[in-house]
Design a binder for this molecule. Structure first.
Ligand code: ADP
Length: 284
């Protein structure tokens, strides 16, 4: 199964504080950690660990983080010939988390904001896949070009419509070139376009799938969730990896993988591997 992910990569810089700073306030944090992230990178890693052959189309900058971001992806067996280097900083997120797990996040898109599919070799990486997986942390025009290139080549287009928002006219055009949309419950309120398959993740309740003329509830295994960040990215990557096979099983695997991701803190490295996913699948 060949999955091409077109999306963002970021360096997440995580600060832990007792209480979040108020405007104008400076607080001391413990342990600033740099963790590779971004929805595109996270979903690519989840798909690769689930067993897919994954190519990433993305952009990193010319800063010191770029090498670490590439290494992390390469360590996860992701093909990097579609990862461009553009002048300036890589995408960076500053994440401040307090003792209750409440957080504030600032994202500077950096290189992600300059990702285009202007070159034919990049469009070929899209056309050569079985499934193309997109998210909305890159320019919407770029996502649209990717979806259309995939559609023209007969490749299944899957869009994780996250973060919600963007120009409604462009989103409508994207919907028209998309086979499968994945949203969580809050993003579902913003997604108003009909698509052949709509998959909505529902936290501990698992997910629903509306498509193929049916509306089904897919269970997630019961877990003691520790940190749900990243669960949605893992779900999307694992669903893309399995979509072309037995669809019900692919949905159950995505739910199982999302549940396992909640057992690991952070978003960057919480994707489970194939065998653990299979063991966790809820069976009737
Ligand atoms: P997001 O992280 O985008 O908000 P969800 O919270 O819906 O998305 O989580 C994505 C998937 O992860 C769910 O469909 C489910 O399979 C799994 N998941 C998330 N939270 C839990 C939980 N508390 N218990 C079991 N599975 C969970």
């Amino acid at each position: 199964m060949k999955v091409t992910v077109v999306g963002s990569v970021n360096m997440d810089v995580v600060f832990e504080v007792t209480a979040l700073p108020k405007p104008g306030e400076t607080v001391l944090g413990s342990g600033a950690r740099s963790v590779p992230g971004g929805k595109g990178g996270n979903q690519a890693i989840a798909a690769a660990r689930a067993g897919a052959e994954v190519t990433l189309v993305a952009a990193v900058g010319t800063d010191a983080n770029a090498g670490q971001l590439r290494d992390h992806l390469a360590d996860n067996r992701i093909r990097l010939d579609g990862v461009l280097t553009v002048p300036g900083p890589s995408g960076t997120a500053a994440i401040v988390v307090d003792a209750d797990g409440e957080n504030t996040i600032v994202v500077a898109p950096g290189a992600n904001g300059h990702l285009t599919l202007d070159s034919q070799p990049l469009r070929d990486l899209v056309a050569d896949a079985d499934v193309v997986l997109l998210q909305l942390e890159i320019p919407l025009d770029t996502a649209l070009v990717a979806a259309r290139a995939a559609r023209a080549a007969g490749v299944t287009v899957m869009v994780n419509a996250s973060p919600a928002g963007g120009d409604p006219a462009l989103l409508g055009e994207l919907a028209a070139a998309t086979d499968v949309v994945i949203v969580n419950e809050s993003e579902a309120r913003h997604w108003t376009w009909p698509v052949p398959h709509l998959v909505t993740t529902r936290g501990a309740q698992g997910a629903t799938h509306v498509g193929d003329g049916r509306d089904v509830q897919v269970p997630a295994p019961a877990v003691e969730a520790l940190d749900t960040t990243g669960a949605g990215d893992v779900f999307a990557g694992v669903l893309a990896a399995g979509w072309a096979g037995d669809r019900d099983h692919a949905l159950r695997r995505a739910c199982a993988a999302g549940a396992l991701a909640t057992l690991v803190p952070g978003a960057g490295d919480c994707a489970p591997y194939d065998e653990a996913i299979e063991d966790a699948v809820v069976r009737d």
